[in-house]
Design a protein around this ligand. Sequence first.
Ligand SMILES: NC(=O)c1ccc[n+]([C@@H]2O[C@H](COP(=O)([O-])OP(=O)(O)OC[C@H]3O[C@@H](n4cnc5c(N)ncnc54)[C@H](OP(=O)(O)O)[C@@H]3O)[C@@H](O)[C@H]2O)c1
Length: 303
Amino acid sequence: MVIAPKIQLNNGIHMPVIGLGTLFSQSREIEEAVKNAIDCGYRHIDTAFCYGNEKDVGRAIKAKIEEGVIRREDIFVVTKLWSTHHEPSAVVPACQQSLQNLGLSYVDLYLMHFPVGFSQYGGINDIDYVHTWKAMEPLIDKGLARSIGLSNFNSEQIERVLQVCKVKPVVNQVECNIGFNQKKLIEFCKQRDIQITAYCPLGQPNPCKKDPPFLFDDRIKAMGAKYNKSAAQVALRYLIQIGTIPIPKSVTKHRIAENINIFDFELSGDDMRVLETYHTGKRKILFHFADSKHKYYPFNIEF
Ligand SMILES: NC(=O)c1ccc[n+]([C@@H]2O[C@H](COP(=O)([O-])OP(=O)(O)OC[C@H]3O[C@@H](n4cnc5c(N)ncnc54)[C@H](OP(=O)(O)O)[C@@H]3O)[C@@H](O)[C@H]2O)c1
């Protein structure tokens, strides 16, 4: 079993530097994956209200607590406020709903999933994410979340939140992988003591299309072979070494184990420089359903 190191967040709380992603998986499949992950040593699970799997994730965590494998305080659970709940009065009830789904009395980290708000009845609204953030802050004193953070926020949006906040975001969760390495946003956040969680850390691999290229590249496979590691392990280790917190998703038992087995080697400086050359500047996840012309759409500036 591999227990990952932890980093200290700007509020003093410690967060494991790798987690299990859960997007696109529900029911027994993700319940089993979370149980397998906990058995392998994962102590950080990433879910979201909009993934529709909080109940499955919660059942797995409860089972592992009942088995005595973990205590509640051993596991770092992250979920997210979906864009249909940006109205300030909707924020606390949304968090309470997620907690009820998860069967937990608190989450370790509650993120605003996306800066653009959606109407409950379809379409986009103009609710300012800063007001949503102010409505998230009381979650800490109410004991519903131990930390709060952002997801898919660009540097200007983070700055706006920092100007008004009483509680500072601990994390910004964004797409980050060898092909889209977020160097500038990482530096920006580092200067403000905000950690980056790296979603899509493997680039959502599609073996038929050999996409993303970095995961199927012979050079990266050969680099991995030098360390007795796979290309996926190189990709995840790269993210650790640039100071991010990858959350690879897998429902496959051997891959769940493979993905956390990255703390017994270090990529050399030369290898890191080679990996930098795979940065394309193109993100994969664009949230197309959010209007890219909306004033709060986050991906129209460089970082
Ligand atoms: N905040 C946001 O807006 C946001 C957006 C996207 C994602 N996320 C979070 O980030 C997590 C990770 O991102 P993601 O799921 O989009 O992409 P990802 O983790 O880059 O890719 C997941 C895919 O990689 C496969 N895989 C896993 N380990 C592998 C390995 N060692 N070798 C080869 N293939 C492997 C998985 O297959 P199997 O499952 O079949 O093993 C799955 O199809 C999500 O699950 C979610 O929790 C957040």
